[in-house]
Design a protein around this ligand. Structure first.
Ligand code: UDP
Length: 312
């Protein structure tokens, strides 16, 4: 049985990875400091003998007293609202956290997967974004704490790969949605859904013509798994290439939630990317992966989750 350490394992994507890898027969060690993650995401696993939880901040030295075959570094605040509230912790999770997890992978001779992000492309001047695009990031802007931490993390992963021969992977994760998103994380899916379900105004920032492309979480997890099992050391985009404007997205959620909400407009946050869409040619060709879940189906699943979550 192979053992995997998942940092950020109590978060939205991390907890789905825990479920998926337990299902594939891995032993899972979940590490989280529970700043943006939540124990309720992993409660259902607490009696699973192949699962253990360690409350720990990845920015501090990590000790694991058993063999580890894979290290998956998924710990970081990921919502712009979260990371702008705690920029220093975000920079540390991407820099010190990446250093500590890479050091662990080196010591354990483990394979390594970095959760990187489409934010490495910043406010892109090329659309869709292929992995070969170097990006357009404001290093000193309010999103710099996340974008630059992840860019540094990618550089550190490549250095450990080149110098120490650690067997590494870099997943550039685009906007992902699904059950277990925090309803107050400030991102567009939880905001629009909670607003629509309460018939409160749906807050579109700017003129709503900016675009995003949303990947359902189960598709994303499959892509991550295929990357983990591949031998591709260079970054790979994992996301859904179906691109929508935010205003279209507001209308789709309103319709699916059968909501009477009005759409209202608020100021566009600073450095909000104007477009974002993954070019997934590389994932298609080299991983044989592409998303399968249609937007309406994924959104309906997510709406059911938010309905249940607000009853608790
Ligand atoms: N957004 C919006 N209303 C909201 C929350 C977000 O119009 O209540 C917009 C935001 O300005 C951005 C897009 O939705 O253009 C996606 O924002 P999110 O915070 O989900 O993540 P991002 O893709 O910017 O990292």
């Amino acid at each position: 049985m192979k053992t995997v350490l998942i940092t950020g394992g109590a978060g939205f994507i991390g907890s789905h990875l825990c479920d998926f890898l337990l299902g594939k027969g891995f032993r899972v060690i979940c590490m989280d400091n529970l700043i943006t993650g939540d124990k309720k995401n992993i409660m259902h696993l607490k009696n699973n003998k192949n699962f253990s939880f360690i409350k720990h901040n990845v920015s501090e030295h990590i000790t694991i007293n058993e063999p580890v075959d894979y290290v998956l570094h998924f710990a970081s605040p990921a919502s712009p609202v979260d990371y702008q509230k705690i920029p220093i912790q975000t920079l540390k999770a991407g820099s010190l956290g990446t250093h500590n997890t890479l050091g662990l992978a080196l010591a354990k001779k483990a394979k390594y997967v970095l959760a990187s992000t489409s934010e490495v492309y910043g406010d892109p001047k090329v659309n869709p974004q292929p992995e070969t695009y170097w990006g357009n990031v404001n290093p000193i802007g309010v999103r710099g704490c996340y974008d630059e931490a992840k860019r540094f993390a990618e550089a550190l992963v490549m250095a450990y790969h080149r110098i120490h021969k650690v067997d590494t992977r870099i997943a550039r994760i685009f906007n992902t949605y699904g059950p277990r998103m925090r309803k107050d994380d400030g991102r567009v899916v939880p905001n629009f859904m909670t607003q629509a379900l309460k018939n409160k105004p749906i807050t579109v920032y700017g003129n709503g013509k900016q675009t995003r492309s949303f990947c359902y979480v189960s598709d994303l997890i499959e892509g991550i798994y295929k990357l983990m099992m591949s031998d591709i050391n260079e970054p790979v985009n994992i996301g859904n290439p179906e691109e929508h404007t935010i205003i279209e997205f507001a209308e789709i959620i309103k319709k699916l939630a059968k909501s009477k909400s009005k759409v209202i407009f608020k100021e566009l946050p600073v450095d909000d990317p104007h477009v974002r869409c993954p070019d997934i040619s590389k994932a298609r060709k080299e991983l044989g992966w592409e998303p399968k879940t249609g937007l309406e189906k994924g959104l309906m699943e997510t709406i059911s989750f938010f309905k249940q979550d607000s009853n608790q």
